[in-house]
Design a protein around this ligand. Structure first.
Ligand code: HEM
Length: 386
């Protein structure tokens, strides 16, 4: 078994910039057991993709999934493959049934309103004023529910980000209980109130016909909420930060032909979902290393996305990179269901920043969220004032 003694995913240096360490792990320890993470850590692109694709050998890690219900038989992960793909089809169908152009316009209107409100402020926290509000609006629109307070959203997302870190975050049962209760309450409220459109309505209407238990529906809505809110929140901050740091990239993205591929490239380069995990269903091998049945595997998407064997010039932002088969939306049977919304949100943000009367600039030191699975700023102080 190879070991990598210096791997400390929550160290300030790693939170700031994990990529040099990922490159070293890829070269020297592509698959190793880490006590702190409590899992096998896998960093090479081919290995990560193989694990994500192979749901016969690797199943979702229940320690890191945003479950609302505690009864395992009600979990989405406990369903057989056929039921999962039916539910996935339902959600995908509901996403495709929505008018994306109209959603784009409503997202843009909401960004314009947010920007108007902060335009004259000498400093504001992008994560609260823009990140939480924008992701709240998009998520509520997509689910077809009323939007709760951004602070409630943020508390739940930060609690869930800790949960995704599983063993790394340490136990805080009281905090976990509070987050689970707040989350469960939110979803019960949505299920109990009438909707006119959106995914919650579709799921409510169809689940009974399909014989799917209400607990599964709750968990799926929970997954959708966390999948949507947390990632749009996190990526809005990293995207704005990158555009402030790289005025050349900011200018190049004015070209509409580069915007779509540029957003994909940003997500490859510094995406919000840095890692996910699976459990080995049976004893198996990855790159010659034996992984025993029941062992957790930590798949470092952020590392795979900079693997030189897959991406030429991996440490550079190449805005027209093609092909760009990054793993920022996962891969295979559990890949992201809402990637369209993520891309749409970042596209509208870029357009709004291009149209703003003055460039966005930093007014203080950004603070990172102390989590390794989710890469996000907790606070990003900025202004539009000169
Ligand atoms: C930039 C934005 C986004 C990023 C980077 C992202 C990333 C990811 C990744 C990496 C996974 C795979 C996790 C795994 O395999 O363990 C995933 C799954 C998922 N995402 Fe996203 N996501 C984004 C936006 C969204 C949005 C807007 C929604 C909802 C509208 C969403 C809903 C989901 C759901 C439900 C899953 C679980 C699918 C399953 O288990 O079958 N995501 N996402």
């Amino acid at each position: 078994m190879s070991s990598a003694p210096d791997f400390d995913p929550l160290s300030p240096a790693m939170l700031e910039n994990p990529y040099p360490v990922y490159a070293e792990l890829q070269a020297k320890h592509p698959v190793f057991w880490d006590e702190k993470v409590g899992a096998w850590v896998v960093t090479r692109y081919d290995d990560c993709r193989e694990i994500l694709m192979d749901s016969e050998r690797f199943v979702r890690d229940p320690r890191r999934v945003s479950e609302v219900s505690t009864e395992s038989e009600e979990s989405v992960q406990a369903l057989d493959r056929k039921a999962v793909s039916e539910l996935r089809r339902l959600v995908t169908g509901s996403i495709h049934a929505q008018d994306l152009e109209q959603i784009g316009r409503s997202v843009r209107a909401s960004i314009d309103r947010i920007f108007e409100g902060v335009a004259s402020r000498p400093s504001f926290d992008w994560m609260i004023e823009v990140g939480a509000r924008l992701s709240g609006t998009i998520t509520a629109d997509f689910l077809g529910v009323t939007e709760p307070d951004p602070q409630v959203f943020k508390t739940i997302v930060e609690g869930m980000a800790r949960k995704f870190d599983a063993d790394l975050a340490g136990d805080d049962p009281e905090a976990e209980r509070r987050v689970r209760e707040a989350f469960g309450g939110l979803i019960d409220g949505w299920l109990g109130s009438p909707q006119t459109h959106g995914t919650v309505l579709t799921l409510k209407n169809r689940a009974e016909e399909m014989g799917v238990h209400v607990g599964v529906v709750k968990n799926l809505i929970g997954l959708l909420f966390i999948g949507s809110f947390g990632t749009i929140f996190a990526s809005s901050g990293s995207f704005a930060f990158m555009l402030m740091e790289r005025p050349d990239v900011f200018d190049q993205l004015r070209d509409p032909r580069l915007l779509g591929s540029g957003i994909e490239e940003f997500l490859r380069f510094d995406g919000p979902s840095q890692a996910t995990s699976r459990i080995a269903k049976r004893t198996t091998e990855v790159r010659g290393v034996t992984i025993k049945e029941g062992d957790p595997v930590f798949i470092v998407l952020g590392a795979a996305n900079r693997d030189p064997d897959q991406f030429p010039r991996p440490q550079e932002l190449v805005l027209d990179r093609a092909p760009n088969r990054h793993l920022s939306f996962g891969w295979g049977p559990h890949s992201c269901l809402g990637s369209l919304f993520g891309q749409l949100a970042l596209g509208e943000l870029a357009r709004a920043l291009h149209d703003a009367p003055a460039p966005l600039r930093l007014t203080g030191t950004p603070i990172r969220l102390p989590t390794t699975t989710v890469r996000s700023f907790a606070s990003l102080p900025v202004t539009f004032q000169a």
